[in-house]
Write a protein that binds this ligand. Sequence first.
Ligand code: AMP
Length: 216
Amino acid sequence: MNIILFGPPGAGKGTQADNLVKKFSLYKFSTGDLLRDEAKRDSSLGKKIRTIISRGEFVPDEIINTFIDKILLNKEYHNRLIFDGYPRNLAQAEFLNDLVIKYNQKISCVLCLDVNKEILLKRILGRQICTNCGVIFNQYFKPPTTKNHSCNPSYLKKRSDDNEDIIIDRYNTYLNKTLPILNFYEKLNLLYKINGDSEINQIYKEIEGIITSLEA
Ligand code: AMP
């Protein structure tokens, strides 16, 4: 099955995807992670992406879609992907739909995490990522301790685009450009809405239940 995790920045898509990957033997494909890696390169593409991300804008569809095509073409990931951060506008959703048909795959469900704006801000402003092991923490909700994290605390970093002005811009872009995709998936009967304000474990249980019922 291919799963789309949908929701505003800070909704907890990455955390949920990490749990689902382990439980259902899937692969997470996060366009944000991929673009941040690309942005570290000293190429002209790397520089372009760096500038766009630091402004909280969208990277052009043709750049993103080239990556998506390669991922769907890869036999190892065939029908085993969790999309985190893609699609982000209607053109990307339509492109993905055409691609899954082209590569004889399917989208099993679109899981939309609905989250209150105040909670979102805390989730994003408190977010810390360990650059060594990749685990995501939050200084308000899930602080790193010696019990849950064995790497040196110096590896804990904030994302450069996690500041308040950029977050508000990214949230507005989500409302204007990304949220309208939900109609598209609702018509395809693929949409599941989840209360993303709850605790991480509770959200996970709800998602797990949906996926397990789809597998049955
Ligand atoms: P994320 O980690 O998903 O919040 O993405 C971080 C940044 O990467 C976004 O603010 C965009 O600049 C860029 N990005 C990620 N996914 C996409 C996408 N599907 N389309 C365009 N830009 C994207």
